[in-house]
Design a protein. Structure first.
Length: 136
């Protein structure tokens, strides 16, 4: 199963109709595929995290459009969609003292889960996922 580094952009958005639409339109206009999205809304504003599968940076597009953004690298892991796979991965990282600071993901109908992770030690986590989990 594949494991790779991807980029995540975190922005603050107002909690109003159309704000998210205008935000994701920036990615669409540049032909950048969004592979994950998560949000947390509080009253009149929210934090949105967008994970993209792109080699080039897009933070300049976001700042040019007036967004304050934080760019981070995260790990994208594809796991078999079966009970226990997420437990096996999270337990293995924990046993190696790697803290998961952000996680979100999805499963598709083809039997694969995509899990997106921010971790305390990116390099060590990548090595472990590739070697101990049998992830490629």
């Amino acid at each position: 199963m594949p494991v790779k580094l991807i980029k995540q952009y975190t922005v603050f958005l107002p909690n109003v109709p159309g704000a998210l639409s205008k935000f994701v339109e920036l990615f669409t206009n540049e032909g950048v595929n969004i592979v994950g999205i998560a949000s947390e809304i509080r009253d009149d504003s929210g934090i949105v995290r967008i994970a993209v599968d792109a080699e080039r940076k897009v933070s300049h597009l976001l700042t040019g459009a007036g967004f304050t953004t934080i760019e981070t690298q995260m790990i994208s892991v594809e796991l078999k969609d079966k009970p226990g796979e997420l437990l096996r991965m999270t337990r293995m990282l924990s046993e190696h003292n790697i803290n998961i600071t952000t996680v979100y993901g999805t499963a598709d109908s083809g039997g694969t889960d995509r899990v997106l992770l921010n971790v305390s030690d990116l390099d060590k986590a990548l090595e472990l996922l590739k070697h101990e989990m049998g992830v490629k």
